[in-house]
Write a protein that binds this ligand. Structure first.
Ligand code: SAM
Length: 314
C-alpha cells in the first residue's frame, strides 16, 4: 500500500512555520530511515487490527506506519498546528489514518476505538493479532502515560482488551527512562519503574537512538522500548497491581536498607491484626537482600499475599 506523493516533511515544517515547542516535548525525527526502522520493530501486518500513534507531529513516523499494510491507524496529537498536515495525510490515504486532536493522557480509550470504527464490547478479547501502540513520546508525558497504560493491563482494559493478546507498545523514551524500565535485578537502575513495567510486560530495549537524530537536538539520547503484555500473568487484577505499586513505594524509598529492616517498619505501620501476615513475607522475599535485588515475580507474589490478607500499605 504505497502512499501517494506527499510534500517532504521538512518542506511541510517550513511551509507551516512549525517551530518546535519545548513545552510539548517536540523533538522531531526528519529521517525516514529511522522511522522505518522503528516501524520494522513492530512487525505490522495486514491483519494487525489497529495501530495507535501518540504524538504524530508532522507525521513522518505515521508515514512509515502507513507504508505497511496495516489497515487502521489512529493518531492522537495535542498541538493543533499539525492538523492541516495530518488531515492531508488522512485524505491522501482515504482515511486509513484517523486524526484525534487532544491530550493523549486524557483521551479515553473508548474514544480512540470509536474513531477507529471499533466498539470495545464487541471487539473485546477477540482471537486476533495484537493492537499496537506506537510513538516518539513527548518526554514530559512519557512516564505518566506509561503508568496509566500499565494500570490497564492486569484487567485488559481499553486498547489492552481488544485482542486476547493485549496491545504491544513500541515507544521512544529518553534513554535514562528506558534503562530504568528494562533494568535487570541488582542493577544500578533497578527501581519501582522496572518492577512495575516488568510485572505486566516483557520489556525489550530494542535500540538506542542518538540525540543527533532529532530536530531540535535534545540534551539526551533516546531508546526504542518494546513492551509485550505477559502471556502468563504475574498479577490477577488491578487491585493487586495497586498493592504492588504501594509496596514498591514503601520498599524503594529506603532502598539502601535490607528488605528485612524495611519489612519490620512495615509491620509497625499496619494494624496489629495484620502483623503476622506481613512478617510472613519472609517466605517470599529475601530479608538479607536490598530492594533492588528482589526479582519481579517475588514482588508480585508479595503483593498478592498482602492483597489476599486485605492489607493496605500506607
Ligand atoms: N512523531 C513525531 C516525530 O517523531 O517526529 C513527533 C514526536 S515529538 C517527540 C512529540 C509529539 O507529541 C509532538 O508532536 C507533540 O506536539 C505531541 N504531544 C505533546 N504532548 C502531547 C499530549 N499530551 N498528547 C498528544 N500529543 C502530545
Amino acid at each position: 500500500m504505497s502512499l501517494p506523493k506527499l510534500p517532504a516533511i521538512r518542506e511541510l515544517v517550513k511551509l507551516f512555520g512549525l517551530s518546535a515547542k519545548s513545552q510539548l516535548g517536540q523533538n522531531f525525527i526528519l529521517d525516514k530511515n529511522i522511522t522505518d526502522k522503528i516501524v520494522r520493530t513492530a512487525s505490522l501486518a495486514a491483519d494487525t487490527p489497529l495501530v495507535v500513534e501518540v504524538g504524530p507531529g508532522p507525521g513522518l513516523l505515521t508515514r512509515s506506519i502507513l507504508d505497511t499494510p496495516v489497515p487502521n491507524v489512529v493518531v492522537i496529537e495535542k498541538d493543533p498546528r499539525f492538523q492541516p498536515t495530518l488531515t492531508q495525510l488522512a485524505e491522501a490515504t482515504q482515511h486509513r489514518v484517523k486524526v484525534l486532536q487532544g491530550d493523549a493522557l486524557r483521551t479515553p480509550h473508548a474514544a480512540i476505538l470509536e474513531k477507529a470504527g471499533m466498539d470495545l464490547t464487541t471487539a473485546r478479547d477477540l482471537p486476533i493479532p495484537s493492537v499496537h501502540i506506537m510513538g516518539n513520546l513527548p518526554f514530559n508525558i512519557a512516564t505518566p502515560l506509561l503508568l496509566q497504560w500499565l494500570h490497564m493491563i492486569p484487567e485488559a482494559q481499553g486498547l489492552f482488551g481488544v485482542s486476547n493478546k493485549g496491545a504491544i507498545m513500541t515507544l521512544m523514551f529518553q534513554k535514562e527512562v528506558g534503562d530504568r524500565m528494562a533494568a535487570p535485578v541488582s542493577s544500578h537502575e533497578r527501581g519501582r519503574l522496572a518492577v512495575m513495567t516488568q510485572s505486566v510486560c516483557d520489556v525489550e530495549k530494542v535500540y538506542k537512538v542518538p540525540s543527533t537524530v532529532f530536530v531540535p537536538k535534545p540534551k539526551v539520547d533516546a531508546s526504542v522500548i518494546q513492551m509485550t503484555p505477559k502471556k502468563v500473568k504475574l498479577l490477577d487484577d488491578a487491585a493487586t497491581y495497586k498493592t504492588l505499586e504501594n509496596l514498591l513505594r514503601f520498599y524503594f524509598t529506603k532502598k539502601r536498607k535490607t528488605v528485612g529492616h524495611i519489612t519490620k517498619r512495615l509491620i509497625k505501620e499496619v494494624g496489629s491484626e495484620h502483623q503476622e501476615s506481613v512478617a510472613a513475607l519472609e517466605d517470599i522475599l529475601d530479608f538479607q537482600a536490598r530492594p533492588s535485588d528482589i526479582d519481579t515475580p517475588a514482588y508480585c507474589q508479595a503483593a498478592k499475599h498482602l492483597h489476599h490478607h486485605g492489607i493496605f500499605i500506607p
